[in-house]
Design a protein around this ligand. Structure first.
Ligand SMILES: [Mg+2]
Length: 210
């Protein structure tokens, strides 16, 4: 195995909700949403809230009666807290790479060097350390380019068997084709939007609540 350079996209899971859970562990395992300024609409959902079909951007006042009846817990957004936790995660990631692009409040691209197995192991270590030191769950997608790292990150979140780390170098070309063909049409834009900006230092817009 040759030593190659890979890109890892490290992305927090349900970032705003995960931040709220760090300071209120009682929210763990419960359906939680975070609301925009003045509690206007839903800007982040826990996996449990997504499972209850709480929509992104839903106006809270309109859905609150039914949502609270289903057990959904709403939190007002606290951007100072989210910024602080983001900065801590960025600092930890900087220890693992000489090249880091902070892509959004909960996403960084970092360059990793090593064999595919070594890079996957580093991805696992990053995930464990960030959870241990900050309490933040993250997923790691590893690939040769930003576009594919984004795709790998989606894979790491959608397949529990991967335990939060997906390195595309582990797949054969036939398997990669099958993976690409399985990406739902609705998800393609999120992947392609990165492709447009590949190589540029664009400060983007991904849904930090995801
Ligand atoms: Mg995220």
């Amino acid at each position: 195995m040759s030593k190659a350079s890979s890109l890892a996209l490290v992305d927090a899971n349900n970032f705003y909700v995960s931040c709220e859970r760090i300071f209120n562990p009682a929210l763990e395992g419960k359906p939680v949403v975070v609301l925009s300024n003045n509690d206007g609409c839903v800007i982040a959902r826990s996996a449990e809230a997504k499972a209850l079909d709480i929509d992104m951007a839903a106006p809270w006042k309109a859905i609150a009666p039914e949502a609270t009846m289903k057990g959904v817990i709403a939190r007002s957004s606290n951007y100072e807290l989210y910024g602080d936790i983001s900065a801590r995660a960025v600092e930890i990631l900087s220890r693992y790479t000489s090249s880091q692009e902070v892509y959004s409040i909960d996403e960084s691209f970092i360059r990793l060097t090593g064999t595919p197995a070594q890079v996957t192991a580093t991805g696992r270590e990053i995930r464990t350390i960030i959870k241990k030191l900050i309490g933040l769950p993250v997923s790691v997608g590893i690939a040769p380019s930003k576009t594919l790292a984004k795709l790998a990150n989606r894979g790491s979140k959608s397949s529990p068997a991967l335990e939060g780390v997906c390195n595309l170098a582990a797949y054969t070309p036939a398997q990669l084709t099958a993976i690409l063909e399985s990406v739902a049409a609705g998800q393609i834009w999120g992947v392609l939007s990165v492709a447009l900006f590949d190589g540029g230092g664009v400060n983007s817009r991904d849904d930090a609540g995801v």
